[in-house]
Write a protein that binds this ligand. Structure first.
Ligand SMILES: NC(=O)c1ccc[n+]([C@@H]2O[C@H](COP(=O)([O-])OP(=O)(O)OC[C@H]3O[C@@H](n4cnc5c(N)ncnc54)[C@H](O)[C@@H]3O)[C@@H](O)[C@H]2O)c1
Length: 414
């Protein structure tokens, strides 16, 4: 098989290496020349992906994987499969900003040849594959979908950092615009994946599956957050209650937390809701989760005129990503309630990066109050001498609360 993978990011590059490692010939395309140069040198352009360096050395070294900035030329060579994983940016309200995805699809369309199967893996709102991407490919190529080329949607479901492991274990979901196209794509995916490949019946079914699995997590976390607030009202321990509930096999309650952040979980329920104006549960779950930073500030007490520290500005521990981070919502909430200063600390961010996000960098000086927003491993070791604050809310349950002699409030814990 000959394949082209478009967008060599945290997801696309391991996928390209996976296809090449299965013995196929792959061209990986990216608009960033630095990414292309690194890949052609056999080096990962980003850190943290287990097994990627070895996979690149093996496949680039053997000449089965090469990178290029020329997507249209690579597609014009007539590969069997084109896999597209470009980013889909969103605005502050999690609405799609289509520019990058459209540009990548047009570049593919400009080179598209009869007989090629195109698979889009970027998470999209319902009907995007059929109603937006197919027409873009047809306009650019002059070809007709399902007559001259196939288009399928196959959501990327892996977790960055362990992509190869997830590719080997999670079923690959494939949904086409036609039964023939779907069958052809299933056959092509089976040629390089050890995991099961599932035929979903339509592109829309595959789109919905991805939105469902991410929205499930948001709804589940919202339920855990609601339980935490009930536990607070009744002086009960939510952690023990969830542990108890989950001790039989029908209960899978997640953990409460000060915020749901990152590129995926706060965003994809909004994609789902955009096509489902009458849906209620995901909307309520979003409202509950978006209210949690405000609830955490409530637990701190009066903040007007106080200096308040946010510990952990990335959206979660160990990941340098601030998209939709709860720290930003906490910052806004604290500013709106008249905090004198909002300080920030994060082991993954420099002072300049904190300042760019409107946090005053904190270097251990006493503050009036603090909220732990991200579960960075470093925070588990903090004691009262490292964190001199009158009131502390641990929004992730990472601090050793006993060391703080009653000054730490955890969500849903007496
Ligand atoms: N990161 C994750 O954990 C994850 C998990 C599941 C699904 N996804 C999906 O994968 C998509 C991509 O995520 P990522 O983490 O790989 O992104 P990323 O930011 O790591 O990489 C995106 C890459 O796309 C390139 N690019 C941008 N526009 C392009 C274009 N027009 N043509 C070619 N290349 C282009 C960029 O230069 C960059 O190298 C997401 O939008 C999401 O739908 C991501």
């Amino acid at each position: 098989m000959r394949a082209v993978v478009v967008a060599l990011g945290k997801i696309g590059l391991p996928l390209a290496a996976q296809i090449a490692r299965a013995g196929h010939e792959v061209v990986g395309c990216d608009i960033d020349p630095a990414v292309v140069d690194a890949v052609n040198a056999g080096e990962p352009p980003f850190p943290g992906e287990a097994g990627l360096a070895e996979a690149l050395q093996e496949t680039v070294g053997a000449g089965r994987l090469r990178a290029s900035t020329r997507t249209t030329d690579a597609v014009a060579a007539g590969p069997d499969l084109v896999v597209a994983v470009p980013p889909l940016a969103v605005d502050r309200r999690a609405r799609p900003v289509w520019r990058a995805l459209d540009a990548a699809i047009r570049a593919i369309g400009d080179g598209l040849q009869p007989g090629t199967t195109v698979s889009v893996e970027t998470t999209v709102p319902l009907h995007t594959t059929r109603s937006r991407l197919a027409p873009l490919l047809e306009q650019a190529s002059g070809l007709i979908a399902e007559r001259h080329f196939h288009l399928v949607f196959s959501p990327e479901r892996v977790y960055s950092g362990r992509v190869f492991r997830d590719l080997a274990t999670y079923p690959k979901l494939v949904g086409g615009l036609s039964a023939a196209g779907e069958a052809r794509a299933v056959e092509l995916y089976r040629a390089f994946l050890d995991a099961e490949v599932w035929s979903m019946g339509s592109a829309e079914a595959a789109e919905l599956a991805k939105l469902a699995e991410t929205t499930y997590r948001d709804v589940n976390i919202a339920f855990a957050n609601e339980l935490a607030r009930i536990a607070d009202d009744h002086g009960l321990d939510v952690a023990r209650a969830i542990e108890g509930a989950n001790s039989q096999p029908f209960s899978h309650i997640h953990q409460p937390g000060v915020a749901v952040g990152g590129h995926c979980i706060p965003v994809y329920p909004r994609f789902l809701l955009a096509g489902a104006p009458d849906a209620r549960l995901p909307r309520v779950a979003r409202e509950i989760n978006e209210a949690m930073p405000g609830y955490a500030v409530d637990l701190l007490g009066e903040v007007a005129g106080r200096r308040v520290l946010v510990l952990g500005v990335t959206y979660r521990g160990g990941v340098k990503e601030t998209a939709f981070s709860g720290a930003l919502a906490l910052r806004d909430e604290l500013q709106a309630r008249g905090a004198e200063e909002v300080l920030g600390h994060d082991p993954l961010l420099s002072d300049a990066e904190l300042e760019a996000l409107d946090f005053l960098p904190w270097h251990g000086e006493p503050v009036d109050a603090a909220i732990v927003q991200a579960d960075h491993r470093e925070y588990a070791d903090l004691g009262p001498e490292d964190l001199p604050a009158q009131a502390i809310v641990d929004g992730r349950g990472v601090l050793d609360a006993e060391r703080f002699a009653g000054r730490v409030k955890r969500l849903g814990r007496p």
